[in-house]
Design a protein. Structure first.
Length: 124
């Protein structure tokens, strides 16, 4: 953790807040940045329940194998997905239970939250 901060509360008392180390903050921001792309979210949700090959993922999410492969390289580099080789085939899966929980929590959150902005709607 980084250095504790002690901002004043409304009643004048100090509140102790632990801020994570800068490297941790940057890594979390990277993960959320990766999740900011709808195509990558589609890939990750397809992997929620099973390992899949690139061609199967591409068919499932309606994208090209090249685009899916590129997304998987990014997700793998950030330890969001991992590859399991079966002979000459590569099967991708979510990296671990933390990634699964993060994705599931995000999906659960949006099912009950009011969207701030929906793509395709007018900003007016």
């Amino acid at each position: 953790m980084g250095a504790p901060q002690e901002p004043d509360g409304d009643d004048g008392q100090h509140i102790r807040v632990e801020i994570p180390a800068e490297e941790s903050v940057l890594q979390v921001a990277d993960v959320f940045s990766l999740l900011g792309d709808p195509a990558r979210v589609r890939i990750l949700t397809a992997l929620l329940n099973e390992r899949m090959r690139v061609r199967d993922l591409a068919a499932t999410v309606g994208s090209s194998e090249s685009a899916v492969s590129h997304a998987l390289r990014l997700l793998r580099a950030h330890h969001v997905v991992r590859v399991h080789r079966v002979g000459r085939e590569a099967h991708y899966e979510l990296h671990d239970a933390h990634v699964r929980a993060l994705l599931q929590l995000a999906l659960d959150h949006v099912t009950h939250a009011n969207p701030i902005h929906v793509l395709g709607e007018s900003d007016h």
